[in-house]
Design a protein around this ligand. Structure first.
Ligand code: FES
Ligand code: MG
Length: 568
């Protein structure tokens, strides 16, 4: 097999000359023949001044390079785009597939025998793993790691579950202008990803469960020395993989690996976004994430990890309690422990090596779970024929069975302009409905599903209401919130048919979300739906590609032409 600089040579009949040219140019950077004759490990650089979550990437790159060289390989760093949650307009989800394409094509285009992808902020690990699955070159993932916690008035704070809670208190008049400014500087006290069980932490744990990263790599805090050593070890391993050509992502991303990832997602109280990302990753392989299976697993897998937003602790506490290896040990036969990992060990060996931490209560045993059932449920019903998701572990128990009057917002803009209107006709028992916020509708399925409690109700002390939408929600949010209503309203899904005043029934035990309007009336409304013209934002460029080809949430919101249509 061709390796190193010889990989992917376009010889045009004279391979010797092509290699001669390639070497001549790379020698401009000062490399010796000895360096250029080694197996090459590519390393993605997703550092950006716009991405504080990736603030430690330069340090991690240095450590990975050191590991590669200690093991006799040749590291080559190359840039890919960087997506930071808070700066990605219109949404980071809009850009995830662009990052997946960029990463895939750069890995394909340049000579490398294995690749280390370094990422972490929300959509970046999913994008990188989607790319890795499609290229199928030996790949190891190095997450940037979670931030350490913040402190305020003796209270522990985390981005950004507490951002929402404290902002809510500020809106309700409980925290004044000066104090909220102080809090603002304490919510995200270091580089790294959000340290609650949001999307970034969820995907880092899922990555470890899929066997794509080294043990403990999901949880080591971003600023810790151990994080750097883990990056060095990942570099060493990548150099070995460059020589052996194994394992490839296709050897690790098996049906049981996806099942394991789904179990872990339920047991950690994971982010709802994780379901979309895991579907997208699976669809890049010959396998699929079955949403019915995901729901069934959820009924039998307890929530064992006590992290915000559904629990009490933060990622560094999860780490000090034993991290993913300890969780795998506690899950025991709910996991296929024979699954292989990029470390060369099976999950069984990794679980056996988990540290026992006396007195820790962050990763519970199965006979003392946080919740007896998993964190997420998949709903269907006449309002979501292809499914919807609720993170019931982060919802109000009293609202899980609820019938209420719909209060409809046509779009994110409509909601923004009316939700705080003192004249809005709304009570705490109503169901807030947001539409035109799905993959095509908004575009990019913004995290607008966490509809704010109308200010006049918030002032009366209302903390939660049933809220439904075709949007997503930040993994760090809390509430009785039904998301990813599929198909979305912008493509004529039934959410488009709801009118203010209609009754909506949420029945989480029965796994249903229904509009209590008779079928004949719904058919009339469907027939009267106007055909939407192509929106102005979708006329050209990447936005046009996105609008024309993005799949619905149940298929992972990848582009239709990127999906591997394999068996099963
Ligand atoms: Fe980057 Fe939360 S903003 S992980
Ligand atoms: Mg997020």
């Amino acid at each position: 097999m061709t390796k190193g600089l010889r990989k992917g040579l376009t010889s045009y009949g004279d391979a010797g000359f092509s290699l001669f040219l390639r070497k001549a140019f790379i020698k401009a950077a000062g490399y010796s023949d000895d360096a250029l004759d080694r197996p090459i490990v590519g390393i993605t650089n997703t550092h950006s001044d716009y991405n504080p979550c990736h603030g430690n990437v330069p340090q991690l790159i240095e450590a990975v390079k050191r590991g590669v060289m200690l093991a006799g390989g040749m590291p080559m760093v190359f840039p890919t785009i960087s997506i930071a949650e808070s700066f990605a307009h219109p949404t980071s989800m809009f850009l995830r597939n662009l990052m997946a394409m960029d990463t895939e094509e750069m890995v394909r285009a340049q000579p490398m025998d294995s690749v280390v992808v370094i990422g972490g902020c929300d959509k970046t690990l999913p994008a990188q793993i989607m790319a890795a699955a499609s290229v199928d070159l030996p790949t190891i993932v190095v997450p940037v790691g979670p931030m350490v916690v913040g402190h305020h008035k003796g209270e522990v704070l985390g981005a950004c579950t507490d951002c929402r809670r404290l902002w809510g208190q500020h809106r309700a008049g409980e925290i004044d202008e000066d104090e909220i400014e102080i809090v603002n500087g304490r919510l995200a006290p270091s580089v790294g990803t959000c340290m609650v069980m949001g999307t970034a932490s969820t995907m880092a744990c899922v990555t470890e469960a899929l066997g794509l990263s080294l043990p403990m790599s999901a949880s080591i805090p971003a600023p810790h020395a151990e994080r750097i050593r883990s990056a060095e070890a990942s570099g060493r391993r990548a150099a070995e993989m460059a020589v052996s050509g194994a394992p490839r992502p296709s050897e690790l991303l098996t049906p049981s690996a996806f099942r394991n990832a789904a179990v872990v997602m339920q047991a950690i109280g994971g982010s709802t976004n994780g379901v979309i990302h895991l579907s997208a990753i699976a669809n890049r392989t010959a396998h699929k994430l079955d949403l019915d299976l995901f729901d069934t697993l959820g009924r039998n897998v307890p929530v064992l990890v006590d992290l915000k937003p559904s629990g009490a602790h933060y990622m560094e506490h999860f780490h000090h309690a034993g991290g993913v290896p300890k969780l795998l040990k506690q899950l025991g036969d709910l996991i296929d422990l024979d699954a292989m990992t990029v470390s060369g060990q099976t999950l069984r060996e990794i679980a056996a090596g988990a540290e026992d931490v006396p007195g820790q209560d962050v990763i519970r045993p199965r006979d003392n779970p946080i919740k007896p059932e998993g964190s997420m449920a998949v709903l269907s019903g006449n309002l979501a024929p292809r499914g919807a998701i609720i993170k019931h572990a982060a919802a109000s128990a009293r609202l899980l069975q609820h019938t209420g009057r719909a209060v409809v917002f046509e779009s994110v803009e409509d909601m923004t302009s009316r939700v705080d209107d003192p004249d809005l006709d709304v009570t705490a028992d109503d169901v807030l409905v947001l539409r035109n916020a799905g993959p095509k509708g908004a575009p990019g399925m913004p995290e607008a599903g966490y509809l704010p409690i109308p200010r006049k109700l918030g002032r009366q002390g209302v903390k939660d209401m049933v809220r439904i939408s075709d949007a997503r929600m930040s993994g760090t949010a809390f509430g009785t919130i039904v998301l990813h209503m599929t198909p979305e309203s912008a493509v004529g899904g039934p959410l488009a048919l709801v009118r203010s005043g209609d009754m909506i029934r949420l029945d989480v035990a029965g796994r249903r979300i229904d509009l209590l309007v008779d079928e004949a009336e719904l058919a009339r409304r469907q027939a009267a739906l106007p055909v939407a013209p192509t929106p102005a934002w979708a006329r050209r460029g990447y936005a046009r590609l996105f609008h024309e080809t993005v799949l619905q949430a149940d298929e992972g919101c990848d582009f239709d032409f990127m999906v591997e249509r394999g068996e099963g």
